[in-house]
Design a protein around this ligand. Structure first.
Ligand code: SF4
Length: 292
């Protein structure tokens, strides 16, 4: 729950505000960019919602915020924000909302599909919030949970306990220690089914993996994201905990794959044609190689 007494001075006056507990994950500025912005080390409200749609987006940000740092002084129906999640991105792929502080507000996703196609798949773990759990159950639960890396596992145990899903993660990020059901080894791609491929991408962490769904959706964890500032794909050198040269090599490997969507844990989502995406990836790679 946000505390109005700790309202950040950077907020414009009015109803919605961010308090001092903000950890600067940027979820709010990505979900409601006309209301919230990153003013430096934290986010704040720079424009109070003026329309029903802006209010809806601000309430979604309030629900998705990992630290409960967003508040409102007027009364709102918070179910408007709650019921928006899981939020459809495209086809049968959803953003879960309800981010977790333990994964620093990392975004997680849900693929909804029939059992014939392998059942529902969650990519990285959101917060185990009862409202989200109910809605995921109504969509058919979770059959498999793909974990891109050790930082974004959040409430995986609670989801596995509730839905009995198989959890899949790389050995080098501690999958055995976490007691997971399926463990990826080595650096070769692993086909999980007709539509899903696990591609080990060491760099951010030793056991980082990205997951490609239907040659269209690339779930990139902390390996790759869109930079609105540079208008191309980017990687985060300052958090290449394992190895930047390895992350650069892993990026090169992705040139062998087609995809139209980049769906990261942190940073911005991007959608483009396969060809444009490949050009952006080449640009990102060239930049990374210069940093090495
Ligand atoms: S979603 Fe919450 S923690 Fe993240 S930047 Fe916004 S206010 Fe801060």
């Amino acid at each position: 729950m946000a505390n109005v007494l700790k309202r950040l001075p950077q907020n414009v006056s009015g109803d919605f505000y961010v308090d001092a507990s903000c950890i600067d994950c940027d979820t709010c500025s990505q979900l409601a960019p006309t209301v919230f912005r990153d003013h430096g080390e934290q986010c704040s409200v720079y424009h109070q919602p003026q329309t029903d749609e802006e209010t809806r987006l601000a309430l979604m940000a309030l629900v998705a915020c990992p630290t409960g740092s967003i508040g409102a002084t007027e009364k709102h129906d918070v179910h408007i924000g709650i019921d928006a999640f899981p939020l459809l991105i495209a086809d049968n792929v959803y953003f879960c909302g309800f981010t977790s502080e333990s994964s620093f507000g990392g975004w997680s996703y849900l693929i909804v599909q029939s059992h014939k196609d392998g059942g529902n798949v969650m990519i990285d773990s959101p917060r185990f919030a009862s409202q989200l759990v109910k809605r995921v159950a109504a969509l058919g639960g979770i059959d498999r949970m793909l974990l891109t890396h050790r930082d974004d596992v959040a409430d995986h145990e609670l989801f596995a306990g509730k839905f009995g899903c198989q959890r899949i993660m790389h050995a080098a990020d501690g999958a055995r220690r976490l007691g997971l059901e399926r463990i990826i080894e080595g650096e070769e791609e692993l086909r999980l089914d007709d539509n899903l491929i696990a591609i080990p991408t060491p760099g951010h962490t030793h056991g980082h993996v990205v997951f490609l769904y239907r040659q269209k959706f690339l779930f990139t964890g902390d390996h790759l994201a869109w930079s609105p500032e540079w208008e191309t794909l980017t990687a985060f050198r300052s958090v290449a905990w394992y190895s930047w040269p390895e992350q650069t090599r892993s990026m090169e490997k992705l040139l062998n794959y087609d995809f139209e969507w980049v769906l990261p844990g942190h940073g911005d989502i991007h959608h483009d044609s396969v060809n444009n995406m490949r050009e952006h990836l080449k640009r990102c790679l060239a930049w990374m190689q210069k940093q090495s």
